[in-house]
Design a protein around this ligand. Structure first.
Ligand SMILES: Nc1ncnc2c1ncn2[C@@H]1O[C@H](COP(=O)(O)OP(=O)(O)OP(=O)(O)O)[C@@H](O)[C@H]1O
Ligand SMILES: [Mg+2]
Length: 376
C-alpha cells in the first residue's frame, strides 16, 4: 500500500479528499427532500469522487439510504446498461439470500452470475428472447430497487453515454420506468455539458426539468492550498505557501492534474520541499507524457495541431477567430479556425467554457497545454 497521501483515484477517505463540503451537504439535502440530481463538471474535476464522498457521509451518519453506483461509460446498448446495472445491484447486495431474491425477481431471463478471478467483481450474463423481454427486465430491476426497505440512491456516472445507443431512444425508455418510482433517487452525472443540459433542460426531451442541477466548479484555491500543506505536514514534510500556490497555478487548479503533480513532488522530496523538486516533478510529468502527446499529434491534421498549440500558448482564448489571434499565430482563416476548433472540442481536446464575457477556450488536458506552451 502506498503512503502517498495525494490520491490519483476518485476517492479513498474523507481525510484525503479536499473540501466539497457545501456540495456534499447540498446533495444530501436534495436526496432527503426527494429530488433527483444532475451533477455536471468538466472531466477529471471530481464528480465520481464527490459521489463516493456523499456515500461515505451517508454511511458515517447512518442515513437511511442504500447507495448504488454504476459507470456506463463503456456501454453501447440497452443490454450493456442492464448488465452494468444488475452488476452494481449485486455488488451492493453482497449477501447470498439477497442476491438469490434479486435473481428470483428477474428470474424469467435466467441470469448467470460469476466473479472475476482477479478483481472478485460480480459479472452477470443475461439473455433475452426479444426486445420486449429486455425492456421488461430493465423495468423489473428498477421495481426491485423501488421495493427496497431503505430508500435507494442510484448514481449513473457518464450518463450522456445513453445517447450513443443505436436504434433506441434510451432517454424515453428510462424516463418511462423511472417516473413512477418514489423510493429511488437518481444522481445523473456527466462531463459533456451540452448534452447533459440538453437532456435535462430541453422541453422536448423526456428528462426535462426532472432534476436539480449541481454544476461542480474548481476547488477554492486557498482551501486547496491549506489541504496540500496539511497533507505534506502530516508526513513530516514542509512546503512553502508560495510553492503550493505555484503548483495550483501550473495545474490551473484542475484537481486531477494538481493531485498528480503533488503526488510526484511527494514521491521525490525530502523533509523540505524545494523549488527544484517542483521543477523536476514538472519535467518528469511532461517527459513521461511526451510519447502520448506525439501520438496525438500524428492523429490530428497539422492545422488542428497548430490551433491547439496557439490556444495553449495563450492559456485561455476568448476570440479564436479574431484577426489578431489568427495573425499572432499565423493561422489561415476564420472559417478554417472555426472548423478546426469545433473538431477539437468534439474530440475533447479543447474545453469551451461559457462565462460572462463570452465563451473562453483552453486546452482540456492541462499537461498537454503546458507541454505545447513550451514547443516551438
Ligand atoms: N476533492 C478532491 N480532493 C482530492 N483529490 C480529488 C478531489 N476531487 C478529485 N480529485 C482527484 O481528481 C481525480 C479525478 O477525479 P474524478 O475521477 O472524481 O473526476 P471526474 O469528474 O469523475 O472525472 P471523469 O469525468 O473523467 O470521470 C481523482 O482521481 C483525484 O485524484
Ligand atoms: Mg468520473
Amino acid at each position: 500500500m502506498s503512503d502517498n497521501p495525494f490520491i490519483l483515484e476518485p476517492y479513498k477517505s474523507k481525510e484525503l479528499f479536499c473540501d466539497r463540503e457545501t456540495e456534499t451537504q447540498d446533495i444530501l439535502r436534495y436526496l432527503e427532500n426527494g429530488r433527483n440530481i444532475t451533477l455536471i463538471s468538466p472531466r477529471r474535476l471530481g464528480k465520481t469522487g464527490l459521489i463516493y464522498r456523499v456515500y461515505d457521509e451517508i454511511c458515517d451518519r447512518k442515513l437511511p439510504f442504500e447507495t448504488f453506483y454504476m459507470d456506463i461509460s463503456s456501454t453501447q446498448s440497452v443490454d450493456d446498461f442492464i448488465r452494468i446495472l444488475s452488476e452494481s445491484v449485486v455488488t451492493v447486495l453482497n449477501h447470498q439470500t439477497r442476491i438469490s431474491d434479486f435473481f428470483k425477481k428477474i428470474g424469467g431471463i435466467r441470469p448467470v452470475l460469476s466473479y472475476d478471478s482477479i478483481t472478485g467483481k460480480p459479472e452477470i450474463t443475461l439473455s433475452y428472447r426479444d426486445e420486449q423481454e429486455r425492456n421488461l427486465t430493465l423495468k423489473t430491476i428498477l421495481s426491485y430497487l423501488e421495493s427496497n426497505k431503505k430508500t435507494v440512491v442510484l448514481a449513473i456516472d457518464e450518463f450522456q453515454q445513453i445517447r450513443e445507443y443505436d436504434g433506441v431512444n434510451m432517454e424515453a425508455l428510462l424516463r418511462t420506468y423511472i417516473q413512477p418510482l418514489h423510493n429511488v433517487r437518481f444522481i445523473f452525472c456527466g462531463s459533456k455539458k451540452h448534452t447533459m443540459i440538453d437532456m435535462f433542460s430541453n422541453a422536448r426531451k423526456p428528462f426535462y426539468e426532472s432534476t436539480t442541477f449541481l454544476p461542480l466548479g474548481k476547488l477554492d484555491i486557498n482551501v486547496y492550498a491549506d489541504f496540500i500543506t496539511e497533507l505534506f505536514a502530516r508526513s513530516g514534510k514542509t512546503i512553502d505557501r508560495e510553492l503550493v500556490l505555484k503548483v495550483i497555478d501550473w495545474t490551473r487548479d484542475h484537481t486531477f492534474y494538481t493531485q498528480t503533480l503533488c503526488n510526484e513532488i511527494y514521491s521525490r522530496c525530502g523533509a523540505v520541499v524545494t523549488a527544484q523538486d517542483l521543477t523536476d516533478s514538472i519535467q518528469k510529468i511532461l517527459s513521461s507524457n511526451q510519447d502520448r502527446f506525439l501520438e496525438l499529434q500524428r492523429l490530428l491534421t497539422p492545422a488542428q495541431w497548430k490551433l491547439l498549440k496557439a490556444i495553449a500558448k495563450e492559456g485561455y482564448v476568448l476570440h479564436p477567430t479574431s484577426a489578431a489571434f489568427i495573425s499572432r499565430h499565423k493561422l489561415t482563416s476564420g472559417p478554417s479556425v472555426l472548423k478546426n476548433l469545433n473538431s477539437l472540442i468534439e474530440k475533447e481536446l479543447i474545453m469551451a467554457e461559457t462565462e460572462s464575457p463570452g465563451t473562453r477556450y483552453s486546452v482540456y488536458n492541462i499537461f498537454l497545454s503546458r507541454y505545447l506552451e513550451k514547443t516551438g
